[in-house]
Design a protein around this ligand. Structure first.
Ligand code: DVN
Length: 244
């Protein structure tokens, strides 16, 4: 403790490790030292463009992720509205609300060949190279979250763009492919609309979504205005089932 404090005081701010541990410790009963060790092992000492998603397999195993059936929420191009909703209301759980995703949400990190440090600046950006530590982390965590999706599952897609089921998105390229019909009953699309929305539930990309869904998983789609979702976020009296 004294050493951690000394380092923290010397640098005048929390280290990356401190931040990961603090976020992990919000989830009671987690072995945060083990989780940090496995997380680090994925990218420390490695070329930051050569970290495949499999590098995080041991981290995923260490988190012992348990799904909450019927409450799982996926999203694509709707980050702000969906997280505003899940933060204010206890209706749904996104990846970023679980231990799996919350430890790294909004952070950037990488390692360097010949070093045992975690760097937080000068790291590759999302599209600089595919196998970068941050992108591979999100791909692996998303795959783990999606393969456990169970019961009735919800996804918030963006009705203000031409292709709400977007080709290069994590939701389309990873999560939908991992959905398992033996544990998942339905996928319910909430298409978030605005006054000038360009898409509705008849959108061509949503037809593709139905085709790409494993046989046996039911599908539904509902257009819901962003205003209505925000109203539900700010009205805790409204039952979750009455939001849309
Ligand atoms: O279902 C969710 C959730 O489970 C998550 O892990 O994956 C799904 C959302 O991913 P998505 O379908 O690719 O949705 P988006 O909106 O295209 O991208 C989600 C996030 O990935 C972005 O908000 C970016 O994160 P950030 O920077 O806001 O913390 C990141 N991202 C995606 N493409 C990117 C990118 N960041 C930088 N450059 C890009 N090209």
């Amino acid at each position: 403790v004294a050493v951690v404090l000394a380092v923290t005081l010397r640098k005048g701010k929390y280290t990356f490790e401190d931040r990961i541990l603090a976020r992990c410790e919000k989830f009671k009963g987690s072995d945060c030292r083990l989780i940090w060790a496995k997380f680090q092992k994925a990218y420390v000492g490695r070329d930051p463009c050569n970290v495949p998603m499999e590098a995080y397999d041991d981290f995923i195993a260490a988190t012992q992720f348990k799904p909450e059936c019927n409450r799982m929420m996926f999203w694509s191009k709707t980050k702000d509205v969906v997280h505003d909703f899940t933060e204010k209301r206890d209706c749904y759980v996104t990846l970023e609300d679980t231990l799996l995703g919350s430890v790294a949400d909004g952070l950037t990190w990488c390692g360097r060949v010949g070093s045992s440090e975690t760097l937080t600046t000068g790291c590759p950006r999302w599209t600089d190279c595919e196998n970068n530590p941050v992108r591979s982390f999100w791909s692996r965590a998303s795959a783990a979250f999606a393969e456990k999706a169970c019961g009735n599952v919800t996804v918030m897609l963006n009705g203000s763009i031409e292709t709400p089921f977007s080709p290069n998105s994590t939701f389309r390229s990873i999560e939908v492919k991992k959905f398992d019909a033996t544990v998942m009953r339905s996928l319910n699309v909430v298409l978030v609309t605005q006054t000038n929305s360009v898409s509705n539930c008849t959108n061509a990309s949503l037809k593709d979504l139905q085709k790409e869904l494993a046989a046996g998983i039911r599908y539904s789609c509902k257009e819901v205005s962003e205003a209505q979702i925000r109203e539900c976020s700010s009205n805790p009296e409204k039952p979750c089932g009455a939001c849309w």
